[in-house]
Design a protein around this ligand. Structure first.
Ligand code: DAK
Length: 258
């Protein structure tokens, strides 16, 4: 694949995807979203890859959906072409962990894209917001649903209704991001976190991700049962035996992803 709006790199088991529309602060258009969905699917299917890091530039993760591509759309056009929805849905089906490494602006669709990743590592200069109200629309890719789940109703309402931005420190306090790191070391830290994840058994990592996602989709009893069944299933793996034996023998485990 030879994308025009992404920069792709593979470093051992970690795939790094950089959004790359520098003149538009990585504003998300159809072409970029098509390429992103394709890259994610490709890495998801590649047995050599264990984790994906998604990032933008120093100035912007993404400043939202491309306003120039939306400005003249009418209702039937947006509905008829399923305006960018198809790609956002594909993003949700990625089974390997995807970490968002956010520096600068993550606004509108950019904030929604970061929230669709499994967790967010923020540079200390990151700024998050859902400013769609300023241009006469509301968040259209999950912002009204994922933001309240992440930061609670009050902060989500505040952001969605006033368009105010949240800085990295507030985002960490509110639970939107998992950690804040100096801007200069954002990528290094995110890649290190990804490598740590890749050091664990692949299928166990995927099951852990699946279980945490269930927490948002099911009643507690069903989620607990889902977790219990996957937990039991891991006792059929080589890597469970190896991990526990290595601990007891005081040595490093040698996982084989089986
Ligand atoms: N779209 C298009 N171009 C953008 C852009 C955007 N969202 N954001 C920035 N740019 C462009 C600017 O127009 C400018 O282009 P030139 O004038 O140089 O040609 C260039 O990027 C640099 O921007 P600025 O000159 O404005 O830079 P500043 O540092 O002064 O300001 C800023 C940075 C991020 C605060 C500002 O650019 C800004 O407020 N941008 C707009 C932010 C915004 O409103 N974002 C939300 C857009 S609505 C959906 C999924 C998603 C969505 C909808 C539906 N479905 C699944 C159905 C999402 C909607 C949105 O995101």
């Amino acid at each position: 694949m030879n994308p025009e709006n992404l920069l792709l790199e593979v470093d051992g088991p970690v795939a790094l995807i950089r959004l790359h529309r520098p003149r538009q602060l990585n504003a998300l258009n159809d072409a970029l979203m098509d390429e992103l969905a394709q890259a994610l699917q490709q890495y998801d299917a590649d047995p050599a890859i264990g984790c994906v890091v998604l990032t933008g530039s120093d100035k912007a993760f993404a400043a939202g959906a491309d306003i120039s591509a939306m400005a003249t759309k009418d209702h039937m056009q947006a509905y008829g072409e399923d305006f960018i929805t198809r790609n956002w849905e594909r993003m949700r089906s990625v089974r390997k962990p995807v970490i968002a490494a956010v520096a600068g602006y993550a606004l509108g669709g950019g904030c929604e894209l970061a929230m669709m990743c499994d967790f967010i590592i923020a540079a200390d200069d990151a700024r998050f917001g859902q400013p769609e109200i300023r241009i006469g629309i509301i968040p259209g890719a999950g912002g009204t649903q994922r933001l309240p789940r992440a930061v609670g109703k009050s902060k989500a309402m505040d952001m969605v209704l006033t368009a105010r931005m949240m800085d990295a420190a507030e985002a960490e306090r509110a639970g939107l991001v998992s950690r804040v790191v100096p801007a200069a070391s954002l990528l290094q830290e995110a890649m290190e976190v990804a490598r740590t994840i890749c050091s664990f058994p692949r299928q166990t990592v995927m099951m852990a991700k699946e279980c945490v996602h269930r927490a948002f989709e099911t009643p507690l009893a069903d989620g607990l049962m889902f977790e219990r069944r996957l937990f039991h299933s891991l006792f059929g793996t080589h890597d469970q035996r190896e991990g526990m034996a290595a601990f007891l023998e005081k040595r490093q485990p040698h996982f084989e992803n089986r």
